[in-house]
Write a protein that binds this ligand. Structure first.
Ligand SMILES: [Zn+2]
Length: 275
């Protein structure tokens, strides 16, 4: 292992980065060299992630009791968006998912025996019954529904502010993404949609989602929001949008791209001749 290797070291769900907690933060945070952990006596389960421009990147699962070295702090991953430069941020979210999987698969889910790391692939193997467990990834759909030049945006009960976003939900066993979209839209807001179009996907490490985003067109039905999930849902004209998610999330990219597409279209209906 090269001494220049970078450590993506997590205590709980927080990553070790440079800087003091109360320091004015104009300087982008840095990741510690792996050797620093060793030098200050921080030890944890390492997982090799790969090399970035020839520099090895290693995820480290630190014990909860780990202290911070002087000049370093533990920072929540979400607070590092826009601060930790790409591609380090992407590697940090990957590291978090690997560390979280390491912590939650220490014992076999079938027989309870302690697992070990399987040679040659990222997997945990049970030495007693042979069960193999891979890192868990949970697919979820996101869909932005349009009706003419309007977007259907909802405020979920779990949203912290008055923010509105596209609908989203986890895929259930046996479902395709398309099945999930039709079911979730019916369950959450009571309408049917058509013309599903794939947009893009995003890994979302909170804790292990793969968000797969679509657009769809309204087909039929009256809005009947499920009050256990949805605080409010409305059709918004492209020129009268509410508070939206930050640009970190795929939801914002999905909304921005759809708004740009709708604005580029001429308004629906026949255009009156000018006179
Ligand atoms: Zn077992």
């Amino acid at each position: 292992m090269a001494s220049a290797a970078l450590a993506f070291a997590f205590r709980g769900d927080k990553l070790l980065v440079s800087g003091a907690a109360d320091e004015p933060t104009d300087t982008p945070p840095q990741l510690p060299p792996f050797a620093l952990l060793t030098a200050v006596g921080l030890t944890g389960v390492p997982h090799y992630l790969g090399a970035l421009n020839g520099v090895d990147c290693i995820a480290v699962n630190l014990p909860e009791a780990s202290t911070e070295p002087v000049g370093w702090r533990y920072a929540g991953l979400r607070s590092l968006f826009f601060r930790l430069p790409e591609p380090l941020m992407a590697i940090a979210t990957r590291a978090f998912q690997v560390v979280d999987w390491d912590r939650t698969h220490r014992f076999c889910g079938r027989c309870g025996t302690a697992t070990h790391d399987k040679a040659g692939e990222r997997a945990k193997e049970c030495p007693a019954c042979g069960l193999i467990a891979y890192p868990r990834i949970s697919p979820a759909m996101m869909v932005l529904i349009t009706r003419g030049r309007e977007l259907l945006l909802a405020r979920a009960n779990r949203f912290p502010t008055a923010m509105y976003s596209a609908l989203a939900g986890f895929v259930e066993p046996g479902e395709t993404i398309e099945d999930c979209i039709h079911r979730e839209v019916r369950e959450e807001v009571g309408i049917d949609v058509t013309d599903l179009q794939y947009f893009a996907s995003q890994s979302w490490a909170f804790p292990h989602s793969l968000m797969i985003a679509y657009t769809a067109r309204y087909a039929r039905g009256e809005l009947r929001p499920d009050p256990t999930e949805i605080a409010d849902v409305r059709w918004f004209g492209v020129d009268a949008l509410p508070a939206l998610p930050t640009t970190v999330s795929i939801s914002r990219r999905l909304i921005d791209a759809t708004v740009a597409r709708l604005r580029a279209q001429s308004p629906a209906g026949p255009v009156a001749p000018s006179c």
